[in-house]
Ligand binder design. Sequence first.
Ligand code: PEP
Ligand code: MG
Length: 320
Amino acid sequence: ERSKLKRLLTMRGATLDGETVSLQANIELPGDVAQVREVDADGVGLFRTEFLFMNRDVLPNEDEQFEAYRSVAKAMGGKPVTIRTLDIGSDKALNSGGPRVETNPALGLRAIRYSLSEPQMFLTQLRALLRASAYGKVQILVPMLAHAHEIDATLTALAVAKAQLRTEKVKFDENVLVGGMIEVPAAALSLGVFVKRLDFLSIGTNDLIQYTLAIDRTDEAVAHLYDPLHPAVLRLISQTIQVGTKAGLSVSVCGEMAGDAHFTRLLIGMGLRTFSMHPSQILEVKQEVLRADSAELGSKVAKILRQDEPERISEAVGKL
Ligand code: PEP
Ligand code: MG
């Protein structure tokens, strides 16, 4: 079985009817890139930078961050490297958490909200990301957006970082792409705001499911209610893919759903063409891609999306 998967390594990700599917990898630290190269992923779809900041007392300065981002950009040799700005808070806390106690950390000052509340820290990260963009195809991804003004404030901070680097004559990619995570239902229900301001979208199904179903993704007591196939979840994912793609943006899924081969055919049928997952899952998902007919799946999935009954949905997904 392992050797069969190995043969898949050299094959390009495409469906039977010739649709190219990009299979990218999620990483947490620069060292993970070795495994990404082993499976010949089409890029890094999600670099969770918070892992550079966690479990230490002094946060990484601009140079340390720059080295980390640059090493991944260089190692990927021109393939896209999507680096997410700090997604701290909730299940991923800093040592220097401070005295604030949150009753609902998943609904609190996390991710982009936290970055915008710490402008100096955010500017440092944006400068490091921009500097790394001179060494590969770096793209910047912003977590947990819900409001138009959060995107605007992020783009303003990025413009400040760019202006500083220009003045300092430090090189960076002037056209670096900026994308947003769609992981709050409000974002999936107001996509016009996002497609107008951003270059690409990435659906974070882990949080999108958590927030849509009001299920704490880390709470074992409600884990049985955490359902990726809930009709509300499927509709939000599907709409995001449709609206984003129609507006000319690339749309990926980088949550756990993208790496679960049971969902590959469903997501292709929804129109998804970019998946990002743990590198160990790429070959299994590629196997599903290679035996998929995207047109046929498209019409089958359209019917599933009209279903409300959970039993019907899971049965139909199983039969895809
Ligand atoms: C997600 O929410 O699906 C996601 C990819 O981000 P994280 O798991 O890091 O919150
Ligand atoms: Mg998330």
